[in-house]
Every structure is written in C-alpha cells, then in structure tokens.
Ligand binder design. Structure first.
Ligand SMILES: [Fe+2]
Ligand SMILES: [Fe+2]
Length: 742
C-alpha cells in the first residue's frame, strides 16, 4: 500500500539551466562522492533524486490511527514482525560471514550520517533536534569518551583483513570491494543527512528503524561465526541499543507532537529503511555475492582474469587454451574450474594432497603469493567441498538495483550560476541562503569563493602591513601554541578595568540597541561541518564536534547557548525567537560580514580546516577570566536580565582553558598539526600560518591596539566585528541597559 505524501516536499533549489555531465552516476560513484560533499556539490541533485524516488517507492503499512506513541510502537511492531522469521541460513562457506561484514561496510563506516542534517545549525534548535544531537553524540563518540561507531566498524573490517578506506577508494570495476547493491543500501542514509529542510520527518523515521531494528539483523545473526574467526565485534557488542532506542522514539513522538500530520512522511522514512534492508539482505543470501565455496573461487578467477592474461599462454585444459577460458566470462571461468578438477592438480576432498595447493601456489611453484591468505583458505574450502554432495547453486537471479541514478551537474556551470545568483544579494540574504544551504546547495560554491577572497586579503595584510607584520607568528611547535593560549588568558585578565567602569565595555560595532546581532542564533555555527561521522577518527573532528554539541546544549534545550542568547534579547521583539530557517530573522537582526564568513567556512570545513581551527580557538579563548566575568557580574548587579548574566557566566566556565572548550580547541590544533608534521613536514609552517592568522584576527578584535584594528579595517574594507558570538550578540542589551559593574 502506497501512501501519498501528506504535504508537498520542500525541494531544494539546484539552479536554473545548469548543464549536466554526460554519464549517470552509479551507486558506488554517488556514495564515494557524498562522503566528501563539499567537493561534490554537483552531485547533490542526483542525490536528492535518489532519496526522493527511494522514499516514494517505499511500502508503508496501513496502521490504525492512534496516539503518537502508540503509532510509533505499532510501526516498530510491524517491522519487528516482518523480521521475526528470517530465512534459514543455508550451507555457506566460512568466507561468507566476513564477506557480509565487508558488504555492510558502506553503512557501518557512515553509521550516523543520516543524523548530520538534523543537527545543522538552521534546524537543530528544537526538541527534535535535541533528540537527534543526543543520538549523534552517542554514535560519534569523542576523544574524551570513546571511539565512534564508524571507527568500531573500521576495527571490525581491519580484524578481517579489510582496510576501511579501501571501501571508498577508487577501484577498477571488477575489483570493487562491495556489490553495487551494498552501496545502494548505504545511500539513503547518507543522502538524508544532506537535506534536513526537505526530509526532516523522513529522517526521523529512518533513524527510528536504524536505532530500534538496525543496524543489521543479518550481521547480528552471524556474530558468533565471526567471533570464532577472531573478528573484532565491538561495533555490535557496544551498540547502545537502549539509549538510542529511547532517543529515537522520543524524536519521533516529539515530531508528531509538533505536527501530527507528519505521520505519513515519518512512516515513509521508516519503511524505506526497512525495505532497503530487506532487499539488501536478500541480495546477500547468495544472490549478489558468493555464498558457497565454488562461488567464491569463481569470483576469485573473475577478479584475477584480466591480469592472468599473458601468464598462461602455454597452458590448455581439455583442448581449450587457458587464456581463452580467462577471456570467456562466467562460462569460461566455470569451465576452467571443472577442468582444474579433472587435471590432476586437485584431489577432491583433500587440499593437502592437491598439487595445485602444495606445489603450484607454494614457494616452489609458479603462482607463489598470487593468492592472499583468505583466497588460499577459500581454495582449500572449495577442494574439501568437492568431496561432499554438491550444494545447489543459488537459482534466483541477483537482486536488481532499484535506485534512481541521475546525472551530476556540470561543476563549472554550477559555479557560474552560484556567483551570478548569490553575489549581488544584500548580506542579509546571503547569510539566509548560506545558513539554509540544504535548500540552496549552490550557495556553498559562492561561499567558498567569497571566503577565499577574504582570507587572501587577511593574509596579505598580515604579511605587508607593518602595523600587523610587527608581531609575526612564532615558529610552530606544540609548546608555542600552548604558550600563546596562556598569554591570551593573561591578556583577558589584564583587560579587566582597574576601577569599575561606568558601563560594561561594549564590543566594537555594537548593533543598534533595537536590533540584536544575528549571532544570537549562531553560536557554534562555524563548527557544524564537524558533524561528520566519516571523519570521526580524526581527533580534531572529535573535539570540534564535541564543542558543537556543547554549544547546542548537549541535547538539552535549556542548555542551548542560542536559546539562552535569544532569551536575553527577547525584549527586542518576538522575531528574536524565529527559527534560522525563517527569512524574517535575518531582516530583524544585524548582520555583519563576519557572521557570513563563519557560515561560509562551516560549509567548507575540509577546505578551510586550518582557518576553522584558528578561528575556533580564537573564539573559545575570548572573554574567559576577563570581559565575561565583568559582564556577568554587571548583569547580575544592575539588571534583571538573568539570561544575559547566565550567558556570560556559562561561557566564562564552559570555555575554560583547563578542561573546557579552549582546551579542546587547543588539542584539536595540536592533533591536526601532528598529522601535518607526520605526513607533510614541508607544509607545517604554511598550515600553521593559516591557523594563526585567524586566531590572531580574533585576538586583535578583542585586545588589539587602535592601529592594529585600523590596519584590519583598511585591508578588509569593513570594520570587522568580533568572531565570538557572545559579546556581539549581547552588545545590544549592553547598550540599552543602564548597566555598571558592581
Ligand atoms: Fe557558546
Ligand atoms: Fe564555547
């Protein structure tokens, strides 16, 4: 039974009149591209089409209407019933369970990717978003609590002799590590994570299936067999089923509490996850991958056939040249195997007596080390199996791909469109589009161009302007940056007024009192791109996602920094509480170019990683032990704005230098630079300067001299406002309140 969408999908705008590349994408191609979304914006359109079609064709059960929680329960029950009696696992090769683990890798290595969208800064600030971030925190782990689920999956693969990165590395078609249907199975989750503005409800449904019934019942059934083969099964053993289940149900119920009309769409996401898994499982039972020893050996021949040519010119079997059999596709390969059995090289049932095994592939033979250890085991298993009753080969044809695979956009055309479309707009609109890039993917390209131009100007100023070049960066070392941070703390303390000031010091460029800064809604926005499970094994991603989650309140709405700042300026008008998806918020608030730069960087996390590292350290180090203390006490003493007081108190402690955001930011830089030092020592100073410049930018905005600020203004062409959102966001109330420090 197919339901129709309860409401029209809010489809992204991919641009007008943009040409397409000549070739359709394949499942593997699309999957690998989307692991690096910022370099592949031209794949977003086919990605969206894929998800739209997958959701459209999902078989949704007709369930009696009930209260939200009952409805969610009955949805779960429906799927659980369907999974209750899985097909018996027929005779299979010992290589089959590890093969299933490898085939599930595209999903396992991107575990949690479907939650990326729900935690984006424009959509996270509500109870559904909080439930989503709680779950992503579990799946993501962090350097202070434990590894991510994706890393655990990587450990499983490694324990089976499969390098995790190989799953998405370029390969010849015949050598692909997974069947196409396995990439197809992983695609929906990956794509949903890109389009929260279009598929929010569907994602909640998809997540519900993954958390409650997933991630992979077949893998769970094979766990004991895998364990006996010394597989590392932490991925399954440490899966926090209960916490994820509770949070996933909470997200679903909260969604329906927001709007009960979303049932059909949520159910569609749930059913699509269920259906995709069912198809994949069917494919894994010998239809799209080998299951019995003979099939594994045939696949081995297929994989090697191309490079076997030229090595067997003098060999023939039953009158047919081996070279022709290699070229003969499936039939030729099967014939070769039959001839091999009759050739005397193989003794059915006894690998140790088979010359092929004790001689041909030995050190004495012509094929030494042509077969991996796993392949040798498969060969032996096949030889043993020849003695027993032949196992019937899978009769059913391979499960066909069901996905819709369109054409990528022409990247040059898309770039041209992005510049023409977003370049001429006023800054408020540019920020609106940038913050809602899930609905306007091309804005990512515009944002990168603009950010690069900004950074170029900044770099030139630090190099050429004597007012800035006077204090150059120290040579990189872990100690040098740690000392810069210590020095910054001292500057914060010294910056406190000796005598109580008349008013709390107002940051430069304080917005007009009636108009709060847009920063009230964007604390942490620069870090949103670190919610990237595929890169969760990099320490800096771990720390920076951890900080991002913390800015969002660790999944608790009352702790959400943006909510606190919005409340602090709520006297300015109800618009201060509008979600970041609402255009009116951008008209109501003050927007400065720095707000835009932070969002632009967040859309290009990998591209601007060094700058983001420096910028983040600069922001986290701001105000702690200095301006934040005075502002906090000032608000307590002289106003009843306890939200503003809370914001400063909270940031003075949470951003602390010993165990808080500043320390995590410092560790992130040290971890990143250690990797640069390790893999490209010649690049160390360039990378460090990229980090330092943006750190220094924020330091000047907080503690710089008039000369330094003037130099920046001349170089950039505008008066830069603090990157740190707290002082900027609350400047409006500083200016309006009769506040003085006690
Ligand atoms: Fe914050
Ligand atoms: Fe912070």
């Amino acid at each position: 039974m197919r339901n129709t969408m309860s409401t029209e999908i809010n489809a992204p705008h991919f641009g007008d009149g943009i040409r397409h590349l000549p070739d359709r994408c394949s499942p593997r191609d699309l999957y690998c591209r989307l692991l690096d979304p910022e370099e592949n914006v031209h794949y977003f359109e086919p990605a969206f089409q894929f998800a739209g079609a997958a959701l459209e064709s999902a078989t949704v059960p007709a369930l009696a209407a009930a209260a939200p929680l009952d409805y969610v329960d009955s949805l779960i029950q429906w799927a659980a019933d369907e999974l209750a009696n899985p097909p018996a696992l027929e005779a299979h090769s010992a290589s089959w369970p590890p093969r299933i683990a490898r085939e599930f890798a595209p999903v396992g290595l991107a575990d949690g990717a479907w939650l990326h969208g729900l935690v984006r800064a424009n959509v996270v600030e509500n109870e559904v978003g909080m439930a989503a971030i709680k779950q992503l925190m579990i799946r993501f782990g962090d350097p202070g609590s434990g590894e991510s689920y994706a890393q655990r999956y990587g450990a499983l693969l490694r324990s089976l002799g499969v390098p995790p990165a190989g799953i998405s590395r370029w390969e010849l078609e015949d050598a692909s590590p997974c069947a196409e249907i396995s990439y197809e199975h992983a695609l929906l989750g990956l794509v949903l994570g890109l389009f929260p503005g279009s598929f929010r409800s569907e994602t909640i449904g998809f997540n519900l299936w993954m958390a409650v019934l997933g991630p992979c019942p077949l893998l769970a059934r094979l766990a004991d067999e895998l364990r006996s083969q010394k597989a590392n099964l932490q991925y399954l053993d440490m899966y926090e089923h209960e916490a994820l289940r509770d949070s996933a149900i909470e997200a679903a119920v909260r969604l329906l509490a927001e709007d009960d009309g979303e049932r059909a769409r949520m159910a569609r996401g749930f059913a699509a996850a269920h259906g995709s898994y069912g198809m994949w499982e069917e494919a894994m039972l010998g239809r799209n991958v080998p299951m019995i020893p003979r099939e594994f050996v045939l696949e081995m021949i297929k994989r090697k056939a191309h490079f076997a040519l030229g090595h067997h010119t003098r060999i023939s079997f039953g009158g047919t040249r081996a070279e022709d059999l290699f070229r003969g596709g499936e039939t030729g390969h099967a014939e070769m195997l039959d001839h091999l059995v009759e050739s005397g090289l193989i003794y059915p049932g006894s690998p140790d007596d088979s010359p092929f095994l004790y001689h041909s592939i030995s050190f004495e033979g012509p094929m030494f080390d042509v077969f991996t250890a796993a392949e040798q085991r498969e060969l032996r298993e096949w030889v043993v199996s020849l003695k027993s009753e032949p196992v019937a080969r899978q009769e059913k044809p391979p499960v066909a791909l069901r996905g819709e695979y369109g054409y990528p956009q022409d990247p040059k055309d898309l770039q041209g469109y992005a510049m023409a479309r977003f370049g001429p707009l006023p800054i408020q609109e540019q920020l609106y589009y940038g913050s809602n890039a899930d609905l306007y993917p091309a804005v990512r390209l515009f944002a990168r161009t603009m950010l690069d131009a900004f950074l170029l100007k900044l770099g030139a100023a630090f190099k050429n302007d004597p007012r800035l070049a006077a204090s150059p960066p120290p040579k990189w070392s872990e100690r040098a940056i740690a000392e810069l941070v210590v020095e910054r703390h001292d500057k914060n303390i010294r910056s406190r007024p000796q005598a109580p000031p008349e008013k709390i010091p107002t940051p430069m460029n304080a917005p007009k009192p009636e108009q709060p800064s847009i920063a009230i809604a964007f604390d942490g926005v620069w870090l949103q791109g670190f919610a990237d499970v595929h890169r969760s094994d990099r320490e800096e991603y771990g720390w920076l996602f951890r900080i991002y989650a913390s800015e969002q309140g660790d999944g608790i709405m009352d702790w959400n920094h943006n909510r606190i700042m919005r409340n602090a300026v709520s006297q300015a008008g109800p618009e201060a509480m509008l979600p970041a998806t609402d255009r009116r918020l951008y008209e109501f608030c003050q927007v400065n170019p720095m707000n835009l730069m932070l969002v632009a960087a967040s859309l290009n996390t990998r591209h601007s990683l060094p700058e983001l590292l420096g910028c983040n350290l600069g922001i986290e180090a701001t105000g702690v032990g200095g301006g934040y203390l005075d502002s906090w006490r000032g608000f307590v003493a002289k106003t009843d704005n306890h939200w503003a007081a809370l914001s400063f108190r909270l940031h003075n402690s949470i951003d602390n230098y010993v165990t808080g955001h500043t320390k995590w930011s410092l560790s992130a830089i040290q971890a990143f630079m250690a990797r640069v030092q390790e893999s490209a020592p010649a690049a160390v100073e360039t990378q460090w300067q990229r980090i330092w410049r943006v750190w220094r930018l924020q330091e000047i905005l907080e503690h710089g001299t008039t000369d330094e600020r003037q130099a920046l203004k001349e170089a950039l062409g505008f008066d830069a406002a603090s990157l740190a959102p707290i002082p900027a966001a609350l400047a409006a109330i500083n200016a309006t309140s009769e506040v003085a420090t006690a």
